[in-house]
Design a binder for this molecule. Structure first.
Ligand code: ADP
Ligand code: MG
Length: 401
């Protein structure tokens, strides 16, 4: 396909799917509370691919994981029942939830499927073989269908049976519209980004983002580092960080990265002022520091206004921006300001802006600015690993060799 990340992989439109039996792996792992869906974004995201297969008169067997069930007692909590209902509402067709996908009953059901009757397998993680990438589980499904379509972007970094082992057994395999779009958008950053490219990285830990920094080192022109991870970098520069969150064992690595930024002439923006407090608590008394140093008895929980100005300046000429990780502990008021200010700057930017990562996406949604971004990546872990340049099992398994 045209985008580098999907080289050697077919798109759903390139397969002959007319009247075929298709195994469709989706990511329908939506947040639920008391059996009710709280946010159906992921279900809506799957609709275009399902509709395409309906138009092609396919017999559709859908599968998805949901949450992390550990024991059988967890199963009712992680059932896809509400998902089946919602799918049925959105598509206006019958969606049958099959409780025992590994049983022989499935064979008898498939011939009855059609335009108005779709099959959804119960949570793939209820079968122990899913997470162990079981060949037996994979061959059971491979024996039932003619083709495999993967549209579970949020799961492509997992070597699980319905994402990895199964497509490896199939000849006719492809990505659906969601994965196609996600990879195209991520490739806009890592392969085709228009310069200057700015990466805004934040969040809790340097260790979570090292892979992204390393992989983007050559591509990105300017790194903005905020959030708690900034304090490890400030400590590496010998700046006092008080009681802020620091990964002491990563200070040397931060030093090395600083050295590499400098050697490559990369622009680097670190916080020059902070919103500090004694503890991370709603409504706690806060101060903004005048300096880059944090007083000994306080911790930095957000970037300050001078830092926001520096970020504004760094963004003013940007053509491409990737944002991963909040600028502060935005879940606790009043430490949301830096993160929301960045969200607002990005919403006004003329650059192509991609937001990835679970918490950063939540922040952008809370700020009501999601629709103003170039692309919001729906798969937290998957998009991060893609940006890290790691080989993703779910994509690798789709290559025809
Ligand atoms: P993402 O999910 O977007 O990749 P991370 O999971 O890496 O982001 O980090 C998000 C977390 O980092 C949030 O829970 C936020 O509260 C925390 N965080 C950010 N800045 C700070 C800070 N200065 N002190 C403590 N926690 C912080
Ligand atoms: Mg997170």
């Amino acid at each position: 396909m045209s985008t580098p990340g999907l080289e050697g992989i077919k798109s759903i439109e390139e397969l002959d799917l007319f009247e075929k039996k298709v195994f469709l792996r989706l990511d329908l792992n939506v947040p639920c509370k008391n059996g009710k869906i709280v946010d159906d974004t992921r279900i809506r995201g799957a609709i275009p691919t399902i509709k395409y297969l309906i138009d092609k008169k396919c017999k559709i067997i859908m599968a998805s994981h949901m949450g992390r069930p550990k024991t059988k007692e967890d199963f009712p909590k992680f059932s896809l029942e509400p998902v089946a209902e919602r799918l049925s509402e959105l598509l206006g067709v019958d969606v049958i939830l099959l409780e025992d996908p590994m049983g022989e009953g499935i064979r008898g059901l498939i011939p009855s499927l059609g335009n108005t009757k779709l099959l959804l397998l119960e949570n793939t993680r209820f079968v122990s073989g899913e997470e162990s990438n079981s060949h037996q589980m994979a061959s059971h499904f491979a024996g039932l269908v003619d083709a495999y379509v993967d549209d579970a972007f949020g799961a492509i970094h997992r070597a699980h049976a319905t994402v990895d082992a199964l497509p490896r057994l199939m000849k006719a395999k492809a990505v659906g519209f969601l994965i196609k779009k996600e990879v195209e958008m991520l490739d806009k950053i890592i392969h085709k980004g228009e310069h200057p490219i700015v990466a805004i990285l934040g969040g809790a830990k340097v260790s979570d983002k090292i892979g992204v920094i390393e992989n983007l080192m050559e591509t990105v022109d300017c790194f903005v580092i905020g959030g708690a991870m900034a304090y490890t970098f400030l400590m590496a520069q010998g700046i006092a960080v008080g009681r802020s969150l620091v990964e002491k064992e990563k200070v040397n690595l931060a030093k090395e990265l600083l050295h590499r930024f400098q050697k490559r002439n990369k622009k680097l923006v670190l916080p020059v002022d902070h919103v500090v407090a004694t503890e991370l608590k709603e409504g706690v008394a806060t101060k903004v520091t005048d300096t880059q140093a944090v007083p000994a008895d306080l911790a930095g929980f957000d970037i300050g206004p001078k830092t926001i100005e520096l970020i504004k300046e760094a963004l003013s000429k940007a053509k491409t921006v990737v944002w991963n990780g909040p600028m502060g502990a935005f879940e606790t008021k009043p430490f949301e300001k830096g993160t929301f200010a960045v969200a607002s700057l990005l919403s006004e930017s003329k650059a192509f802006v991609l937001v990835g990562g679970g918490d950063s996406v939540t922040a952008v949604e809370q700020a009501g600015l999601a629709s103003k971004m170039g692309h919001i990546s729906t798969g937290g872990g998957a998009s991060l690993e893609y940006l890290e340049g790691i080989k993703l099992p779910g994509l690798d398994a789709l290559k025809n060799d």
